[in-house]
Design a protein around this ligand. Structure first.
Ligand code: CMC
Length: 386
């Protein structure tokens, strides 16, 4: 067997053959099952996109109706899951709450039958249906409120906003939120998808697959960046402060959140769409004080780092949209997870079809044949960091 060179971060190393999505990082192209993201965002809905990703083709009218109806029917969560969630500390991060709740689904839907299409379909429906309910419920409960029950008269996106606020959302707001979900639904072999696939490859249950992916998405270099962007805009505070702030980050080698991407070397196409959604919202509901700061940040980062291929990514404008929709910033990453469940499940299904357990290797750089030193003879440490 060939011994390969070690590549940190597995950059450019394929981990799968996949027909789910495609990115051209030089041209700024993203496709789901061959369809451009701009077209899906304009003409499709999130659930139609989820169906496309998971089952490989756009649903017919009746297939979509049945899929939507199934998901509506399964939105409620069991009272024991709710009771478990009531015990979570209010100060905990909603991503930790979501990871725990997603894993708990495995306790309640324990039968595992990965070769049964009916089991696969039910797991897909349950996860897509219940994850938004769990995010909204944990948000209500940390504020001391009872969760708001899903509203069967509302579609996927509108129902989530309703569970967050107990008011029926404006149709433009619901449509914009639905587009945000479509934009975040899938993105080739990113860290959380890789996590999902490694977990899937052990043939564990799909709730464990999603829970492990949620844990991976939570980090600030991945899904957690959207929350950090808003924190950065708050810290900058004014358009005049942008240039010194960015220059300071560059000098001190601090990453500017919402910029840079392993694959895109131009502006992320999803950032363009999100920026235009943010503008539509501002037009309807009023100006946002951070937008001018964000535009200036983008201008200065492009000027200073554009030559390195560092441009705005999906996380840069999503926070401004969510803020306008009245969503607290620590829920931005859970919203990413609600959408990305579709992509994780598509990769789960694809992995199962050709499964071989992931078992990479490592390049061992430690010692050999070291003596075992009795505890009383061990010197206090020249060992760093212990
Ligand atoms: N700000 C300043 N410099 C940057 C940034 C940034 N945001 N991103 C990359 N660079 C520089 C980095 O310092 C390095 O420079 P040099 O070669 O001079 O040392 C070079 O660009 C390559 O950076 P890297 O960290 O080796 O690149 P990577 O492909 O390993 O990381 C990334 C990609 C997304 C983790 C990184 O760009 C980053 O940390 N960005 C900020 C966090 C962020 O916005 N994450 C969301 C990513 S998109 C959605 C998602 O995946 O969830």
């Amino acid at each position: 067997m060939n011994v390969c060179e070690y590549i940190p971060g597995l950059e450019n190393i394929p981990a799968a053959r996949s027909s789910i999505s495609y990115v051209d990082g030089q041209e700024g192209i993203l496709e789901y099952r061959g369809i451009r993201i701009e077209e899906l965002a304009e003409k499709g809905s999130f659930l139609e996109t989820a169906y496309l990703l998971i089952w490989g083709e756009l649903p017919t009218k009746s297939e979509l109706e049945i899929f939507e109806m199934d998901i509506r029917y399964h939105r409620r969560i069991k009272y024991r899951i709710r009771d478990m969630m009531k015990c979570f500390p209010e100060t905990g991060h909603p991503m930790d709450a979501l990871q725990t709740s997603a894993a708990a689904l495995g306790l309640f839907y324990a039968r595992r039958a990965l070769d049964n299409p009916d089991y696969i379909r039910k797991a897909v429906v349950r996860l897509l249906a219940k994850i938004p309910t769990m995010v909204a419920a944990s948000h209500q409960m940390r504020r001391g409120n009872d969760p708001i029950q899903p509203n069967d008269n509302l579609d996927y996106a509108a129902n989530f906003l309703y569970m967050m606020t107990e008011r029926k959302p404006d149709p433009l707001e619901a449509r914009i939120f639905d587009v945000c979900l479509t934009l975040h639904a899938e993105h080739t072999m990113n860290a959380s998808t890789f996590s999902a696939m490694v977990t899937a490859s052990t043939l564990t249950d799909p709730y464990a697959v999603v829970a492990s992916a949620v844990g991976t998405l939570a980090g600030p270099l991945h899904g957690g960046a959207n929350e950090e962007v808003l924190r950065m805009l708050e810290e900058i505070g004014s358009v005049e402060n942008v240039r010194p702030y960015i220059e300071n980050c560059i000098v001190n080698k601090h990453k500017i959140m919402g910029f840079g991407h392993r694959v895109y070397k131009v502006k992320d196409p999803r950032a363009n769409i999100l920026q235009s959604l943010a503008e539509q919202l501002f037009e309807k509901t009023g100006h946002d004080e951070y937008y001018a700061i964000a535009l200036e940040v983008e201008k200065v980062v492009e000027e200073k780092l554009g030559h390195k291929g560092i441009y705005a990514n999906v996380d840069f404008y999503s926070g401004l949209v969510y803020r306008k929709l009245g969503i607290p910033s620590d829920l931005f990453t859970p919203l990413f997870a609600i959408a990305r469940v579709a992509g994780w499940l598509a990769h789960w299904k694809e992995q199962l079809a050709v499964n071989r357990i992931f078992r990479p290797t490592q390049v061992y750089i430690g010692e050999h044949n070291m003596p075992y030193i009795p505890i009383e003879k061990r010197a206090m440490s020249q060992r760093n960091g212990h």
